[in-house]
Design a protein around this ligand. Structure first.
Ligand code: SAM
Length: 271
C-alpha cells in the first residue's frame, strides 16, 4: 500500500470552518456540473475525501430518498464534524465512514458516481488515487474530479503580500508532497482511462471585501503554518506581517480577489 506523505493542512475547528465556507462558496459551481452529468433520483454516489461534508449535501438533494450518498475520509475528526452537519440538515440518505483512498475496501464497480474534490491536490499520488476511485465506478457510471489550480489566485489591485503568500502556499504544498496545481495534471490520467464524454470545466470563485471566502489565502496558510516552520520556508514574524498586510488589503472595499481555479473533469466509464 502506498503511504501518503504528511497532509498539508491541520484538522482544527478553524480549518473545518474554512472547509465549510469553501464548500458553500463552491456549491453553485459544483451543482452546475452535477446538473450537466444528470445526477438523478435513486443514484448511489460516493464522495471520497469528503472532509466535513464535501458535496454530499448537493448529491443528497439530487439522488432523493431512493438514492444514497456515502462520504468517506481518512480523518475521523472530520467525519464527526460531517455527521453533525448532515444531521442538522436532515440528510437522511447520507452516511459517512472512514476510508483511505490509497487502500480502499469498498465493493468494486458499485457506485453510479464517484467524486473527489481537492483530494489529489492535498495528497498527490495522482495516478493511484484516480485509478482507485475509477475501480469503484459501475460500468456506465461517472468519475468526477474537482481539483485545484493555484495559478488562479490573484488580487486587484495587486499587492506584494498576497503574491508572497500565494508562492508560499505553492511551496509548502510542494514541500509536504501535495500539489496546488493538481488539476491540470489529472487531465492526462483521466484521458488515459478511456472515459466517455470526458469534460473539462475550469471555474472560479471571486471575492470582495466582506465576502465569507475573502480570507481564503491567509486562512489556508494558517492551516499549513506548522509545515511552513518545519520546512524552514519563512520566519514566524515575517509570516505574521504578511498575513496582516494581506488581510488589510483584502478588507479594502476597492480590492477584488480570485480564488484557486476549480478544475472540474468528469467522464463516464464505458458499459
Ligand atoms: C482539502 S480537504 C477537501 C474536503 C472536501 N472534499 C471538500 O471539498 O470540502 C481534503 C480531504 O481529503 C482527506 N484525505 C486526505 N488524505 C486522504 C486519504 N488518503 N484517503 C481519504 N481521504 C483523505 C482529508 O482528510 C480532507 O478531509
Amino acid at each position: 500500500m502506498t503511504k501518503a506523505k504528511a497532509y498539508p493542512l491541520d484538522r482544527s475547528d478553524r480549518e473545518f470552518k474554512r472547509l465549510r465556507i469553501q464548500a458553500e462558496a463552491l456549491a453553485a459551481e459544483s451543482d452546475v456540473m452535477l446538473q450537466r452529468i444528470g445526477v438523478g433520483s435513486g443514484w448511489n454516489c460516493l464522495d471520497i475525501g469528503c472532509g466535513v461534508g464535501g458535496i454530499t449535501d448537493l448529491l443528497s438533494a439530487r439522488v432523493g430518498p431512493s438514492g444514497h450518498v456515502l462520504g468517506v475520509d481518512l480523518d475521523e475528526s472530520s467525519l464527526v464534524a460531517a455527521r453533525g452537519w448532515a444531521e442538522g440538515l436532515n440528510l437522511d440518505n447520507v452516511s459517512f465512514q472512514q476510508a483511505n483512498v490509497l487502500a480502499l475496501d469498498l465493493p468494486a464497480e458499485s457506485f453510479d458516481l464517484v467524486h473527489m474534490r481537492y483530494v489529489v491536490t492535498t495528497i498527490r499520488h495522482y495516478e493511484e488515487v484516480i485509478r482507485n476511485a475509477y475501480a469503484l465506478v459501475k460500468p456506465g457510471g461517472w468519475l468526477v474530479l474537482e481539483e485545484s489550480d493555484s495559478e488562479g489566485l490573484h488580487c486587484y489591485p495587486e499587492h506584494p503580500a498576497w503574491y508572497r503568500l500565494k508562492t508560499l502556499l505553492q511551496d509548502v504544498f510542494d514541500a509536504v508532497g501535495a500539489d496546488t496545481r493538481a488539476g491540470r495534471r489529472c487531465w492526462p490520467i483521466m484521458r488515459a482511462l478511456g472515459l466517455e464524454g470526458l469534460s473539462f470545466r475550469p471555474c472560479q470563485a471571486g471575492c470582495r471585501s466582506g465576502d465569507d471566502l475573502v480570507d481564503y489565502l491567509p486562512q489556508t496558510i494558517i492551516s499549513s503554518r506548522r509545515f511552513v516552520a518545519e520546512h524552514g520556508l519563512m520566519e514566524d514574524a515575517e509570516l505574521d506581517r504578511l498575513i496582516a498586510d494581506c488581510r488589510a488589503h483584502l478588507a479594502d472595499l476597492d480590492t477584488l480577489s480570485t480564488n484557486v481555479t476549480l478544475v472540474q473533469i468528469w467522464g463516464r466509464k464505458p458499459e
